[in-house]
Design a protein around this ligand. Structure first.
Ligand SMILES: Nc1nc2c(ncn2[C@@H]2O[C@H](COP(=O)(O)OP(=O)(O)OP(=O)(O)O)[C@@H](O)[C@H]2O)c(=O)[nH]1
Ligand SMILES: [Mg+2]
Length: 247
């Protein structure tokens, strides 16, 4: 069972890969770890496959690339290795109960570069987890945004994609988020009263939520406090059994 943690820089992908992996191992599962981030410094897990063995962003920075250029170029240069990585991940998946993929800090590199898209489309039924931190939930329209973004990730990568609020230990009460994230009808009703352009757009998008969006539930996770790990494990198990319907 392959789980891919995707999300914007600092959303908690690496910490979750390490902690959720540890949790699974403590519960008797065998776990494979894959680091796909050429810019990662320290990892809280021992990777079975690490793209940094072939290339790091730091080497390219020394050669004079700017930070963004170095990241993009690193995946360009790793393209010849893609088939080998894919085969190794598939082999690892055959040997272990779970394989956890930690993806690049910059989500756009993974979603827009051929490296990420081609890699994921060659893997057997992976489940993507889209991580977003509480800091992006500033207005009601943002609750619509995260659902739509999770759907776009699924569309781009061709995977079932679950939205997951990360770092739930660090902010407001999760219940305040749940009422918007778990209940599309409530969210739409509230958006109706938003006078802004964003509010109107979000209302139109979210009115169609139940028809357009994949039937998945939202996860509430804290890697630091191990919150929501059982839910993630259950969801992964359901995905393995049903391949898609995660209502
Ligand atoms: N409070 C809290 N902080 C967290 C949690 N998970 C990660 N963090 C912190 O968030 C920051 C980023 O965490 P990472 O795991 O490196 O996030 P990432 O998405 O891998 O980051 P990049 O690879 O740089 O994009 C670190 O300072 C972590 O300690 C969590 O569950 N709760
Ligand atoms: Mg990371």
């Amino acid at each position: 069972m392959i789980l891919i943690f995707v999300g914007t820089a600092g959303s908690g992908k690496t910490t979750l890969t390490g902690e959720f992996g540890k949790y699974l191992e403590e519960n008797g599962y065998s776990v494979g770890y894959v680091n796909l981030d050429t810019g990662a410094e320290k990892l809280p897990y021992k990777p079975d496959l690490d793209v940094r063995e072939d290339l790091t962003v730091w080497e390219l920075l020394k050669k004079g690339y700017g930070p963004n250029g170095a990241i993009v170029e690193s995946y360009e240069l790793l393209m010849p290795q893609l088939m080998d990585y894919t085969e190794r991940i598939i082999r690892l998946n055959g040997e272990r109960d779970y394989v956890l993929l930690d993806t690049p800090g910059q989500v756009e590199v993974f979603l827009f570069h051929e490296f990420g898209v081609k890699l994921v489309e060659s893997l057997p039924e992976p489940l993507s987890v889209y991580l977003f931190g509480p800091e992006i939930l500033r207005g009601i329209h943002d609750f619509c945004f995260v659902h739509v973004f999770a759907t776009l990730i699924g569309l781009r990568l061709g995977t079932v994609t679950v939205p997951a609020l990360s770092k739930v230990d660090s902010g407001d009460s999760v219940e305040d988020y749940r009422k918007f994230l778990d209940n599309p009808d409530y969210l739409t009703a509230r958006l109706k009263f938003e006078a802004s352009t964003q509010g109107l757009l979000a209302y139109n998008l979210c009115s169609a939520l139940s028809e357009v969006l994949a039937p998945v539930r939202t996860l509430y996770l804290s890697a630091k406090k191990r919150v929501g790990f059982e839910d993630l494990e259950t969801l992964a198990h359901e995905h393995r059994c049903t391949c898609g319907d995660l209502t």
